[in-house]
Write a protein that binds this ligand. Structure first.
Ligand code: GLN
Ligand code: ZN
Length: 798
């Protein structure tokens, strides 16, 4: 510890995965039975020790403890408070702590029912979870943590839920840090956020009010505080990020009530509480937040930038004499901090809160940042690009540097270097492409409109395509077999020549098209064998993207993603998929569907520029995709699918911001889709089916055909489309690709009958829920045969 720092530097949480994804390796080895629990625990200790050492060396005065997990923090909290759903047969009444078996069972479901994939959950390949598949239905649900790409384990509540302190992990971690000479700051997700982000699972009492559980829950927090005080803790961080959401009056009251009790307990034990808000401005929650009886408040000054002056004014009024922890370094993006800009904000804050009351921190936990640039070897990240970036470890250094500049003890050369890096980035010709700017400026509203209205287009497309009723198609990808992955790896390594790799891909495409022809798929696809990933593949071919070798971020459990870095103006120097789609079309007389990823999804799954609005970046990507769409049409593709599985997850946290987001997201899609003639059929695909609140925007996309995920919900989720009288064509998925189970014809027919009952039969397609890349050919072949048979039966029935 720094003896008496005038400005405390701390962090809200550190990435857990390790600089070389050690966490993934250790956890998966344990799951696969390759190593005992003792090894996993040793790996955990080593990672924690390393993280604490790194943070201490960076000069942090307070180091988070309790932010580590082998899976997820919300799950840790459920175990801490003994909230284990009844099906896991754990009862805290026995006084036993929740063991690691129960912990992993909650995360992954029972082993007997697990089917494949070391992560224990299957994904459609988009890198995101879509709920627990049928085969692991006993696992707790998982969902996105706010608008990050991190997924947490959803706590379950029912009228019989009772809480009791049921895990020693937090206390053990605190002691472990102490042994390392670290006076840790325990981190807990707050009780109101915990209740708000869970779900009520109570068949007998579906309207059960979870807030009625608050008292019992807070009682456990009180016990936790007492225990931590005994161990020698001083500061406790309580995260209440729901303060960045729209809150009900009841939730606001719950915050007030819960934190009054927590503050009292803390004071009784000589502890101090830091309450943290992050991920957005506070707006109408500002006064309620600052009214909480905490000793310190953390504020996300990156996401809350628009509100900083109002926040500081309110702080002066409501929280005079308290401590402000300002989240000044972006915990969710990878850009180097602009010291001059940050110092301007910090000086303002310092003046408002007074000497000794300002702390510096990242905006949120660094969980959402890649670990370090230290080991970054990617050839795509040249020294110039690298000089613009900061990952978690570098962000800690930035905090320490900002403190030194504020205190006037900083190295002027370091400030100069930061200025130079910012200026270089701003002026770099690699970021600014005049042709892109000119093109954007020339975009007119008609560029985002098809020539004719859907009804007119539908006639022309029907005449051109000559498809039967209930046409069959797939979502694009076919099995990415070990052979396909091996060939790509060899080609990347240089051990397989370009021409051999291309010949290999052609062979795969030919076999895939022949199969679809043989079973009678009406609109075949080429199979996407050339793709590693649906965003990276396009990013690699577009201007403006860079790729890390090791920039992993935890997505859920042991699963990590490596988002591309979108650093500059986007353009498409040359066709990307045309070669494969054109080749595939030569192999069949049926209309081949070209396959692209849409602009919003590419944006959503990348680290994006912070020097222009997301909407502007989306438009640039849209124009690049538009070029590809037009080229696909030119070489003879009569149908082109533009996948947008991420439109929904891009929704802002506050309802009030939805309309503006949806307006530019829809415009970006339409811009990408509208360069073609009326008779060219534009498809889109979304990997979910909760459309109630965005159905107008989905309709506004004006795709000729949309395919969605519906099989697991038994078509119930089609309701939104039916109630809305959705006018365009629609393919409700009838084959659950998240499960290895092969659906029978009768079953798919029943699903389609349900769809027929609520939507005009003439607009219906028959297709799987999502891409088939994670499935095996042995499953795909019979399943698609049954799917084609389903369509035939439907046709016979009309
Ligand atoms: N075309 C992609 C595929 O079939 C779509 C994947 C997705 O939407 N996640 O794999
Ligand atoms: Zn999908």
């Amino acid at each position: 510890m720094n003896p008496s720092p005038c400005i405390v530097v701390h962090s809200l949480g550190h990435p857990r995965i390790g600089a070389h994804r050690e966490l993934k390796k250790a956890v998966e080895a344990y799951w696969n039975g390759k190593s005992p629990l003792a090894d996993l625990e040793a790996a955990g200790r080593a990672l924690r020790a390393d993280h604490w050492r790194v943070q201490k060396n960076a000069g942090l005065d307070l180091v988070p403890v309790g932010d580590f997990s082998f899976y997820d923090s919300m799950l840790e909290l459920s175990c801490l408070v003994g909230n284990v759903p009844p099906r896991f047969a754990y009862s805290h009444r026995a006084g036993e702590p929740v063991g690691s078996d129960t912990f992993f069972l909650m995360a992954r479901g029972s082993r007997g029912e697990k089917t494949e994939k070391s992560e224990g959950r299957e994904t459609c390949g988009c890198g995101h979870d879509h709920g627990a598949p049928a085969a692991t239905r006993h696992a707790c649900e998982m969902t996105k943590w706010f608008d990050t790409n991190y997924h947490y384990i959803v706590p379950e509540f029912h009228s019989g839920t009772r809480f009791a302190l049921s895990s020693e992990k937090l206390f053990n971690d605190f002691e472990e840090a102490k042994a390392q000479g670290i006076a840790g700051k325990p981190v807990l997700i707050g009780p109101v956020t915990y209740l708000a982000l869970g779900k009520v699972q109570d068949a007998a009492n579906p309207t059960f009010d979870r807030l009625s559980l608050l008292d019992g829950l807070v009682a456990v927090y009180e016990e936790v505080l007492a225990r931590l005080a005994k161990l020698g803790a001083t500061w406790i961080q309580i995260d209440e990020p729901i303060t960045a959401l729209d809150l009900s009056a009841a939730q606001k009251a719950a915050l007030k009530g819960a934190h009054a009790r927590l503050a009292k307990a803390a004071a009784a034990h000589g502890l101090k509480l830091l309450v943290a808000s992050y991920f957005g401005p506070l707006r109408d929650n500002l006064a309620d937040f600052l009214a909480l009886p905490a000793n310190a408040f953390h504020y996300d000054a990156v996401r809350g930038e628009e509100e900083i002056d109002a926040f500081l004014a309110a702080f002066k009024e409501q929280a005079k004499g308290k401590i402000l922890s300002l989240g000044i370094v972006d915990g969710r993006n990878i850009w180097k901090n602009d010291f001059d800009a940050s110092l301007a904000v910090l000086r303002k804050a310092w003046a408002a809160v007074g000497e000794g009351n300002l702390w510096l921190a990242p905006s949120c936990s660094l969980l959402h940042s890649p670990v370090t640039l230290r080991n970054e070897t990617s050839p795509s990240l040249d020294p110039e690009l690298k000089s613009w970036l900061a990952f978690a470890e570098e962000k800690l250094d930035e905090l320490a540097a900002l403190r030194s500049f504020l205190l006037g003890t900083g190295d002027p050369a370091a400030l100069e270097a930061n200025r130079a890096a910012q200026a270089a980035r701003r002026a770099s010709p690699r970021i600014h492409n005049a042709a892109v700017a000119r093109r954007l400026a020339a975009v007119t509203p008609s560029d985002a409109r098809r020539v004719s209205l859907f009804r007119e287009r539908q006639k022309l497309q029907r005449a051109k395509l000559g498809l039967p009723a209930f046409p069959t198609t797939t979502i694009g990808s076919f099995p990415q077999t070990a052979e396909v992955r091996a060939a790509r790896a060899q080609w990347k390594k240089g051990t397989l020549s370009e021409s051999s790799y291309e010949a290999f891909l052609e062979k795969e495409i030919a076999a895939c098209v022949a199969f679809q022809d043989e079973i009678g798929i009406d609109m075949p696809v080429h199979g996407e064998f050339e793709r590693n990933d649906m965003v990276e593949y396009f990013g690699e071919q577009l201007e403006g993207f860079a790729f890390t070798a090791n920039g992993w971020v935890q997505s859920y459990g042991s699963r990590c993603v490596k988002p591309p870095i979108l650093f500059g103006d986007v353009s498409r120097p040359r066709p990307m998929t045309v070669r494969w789609s054109a080749y595939a079309q030569t192999l069949t007389r049926r209309p081949m569907k070209g396959m692209l990823t849409g602009p919003v999804t590419i944006l959503q799954w990348s680290f994006v520029r912070n020097d222009q609005p997301r909407s502007a970046t989306a438009r640039q990507i849209a124009l690049a995709i538009r070029d590809e769409v037009v080229d696909l049409e030119r070489v003879g593709l009569a149908a082109i699918q533009i996948d947008e599985p991420a439109i929904r997850e891009g929704l802002p946290l506050r309802r009030a911001d939805w309309a503006a987001y949806l307006a530019w997201a829809v415009e970006a899609f339409r811009l990408s889709a509208s360069g073609v003639r009326d008779e060219t059929q534009i498809h889109t695909h979304m990997c979910y089916a909760e459309f109630n609140d965005i159905i107008q925007a989905v309709a506004d996309l004006d795709a000729d055909v949309i395919t969605i995920e519906t099989s697991r919900s038994n078509m119930e989720l089609l309701g939104a489309f039916a109630n809305f009288n959705y006018p365009n064509e629609i393919g409700p998925g009838v084959y659950d690709i998240h499960s290895p189970r092969i659906p029978e014809t009768g079953e798919m027919e029943r699903l389609m009958e349900k769809a027929k009952a609520v939507l005009p039969p003439r607009n219906l397609w028959v297709n799987p829920d999502c891409g088939l890349k994670t499935r095996a050919w042995a499953e795909v072949k019979p399943a698609l045969k049954n799917l084609v048979e389903t369509a035939k039966r439907l046709r016979a029935g009309v």
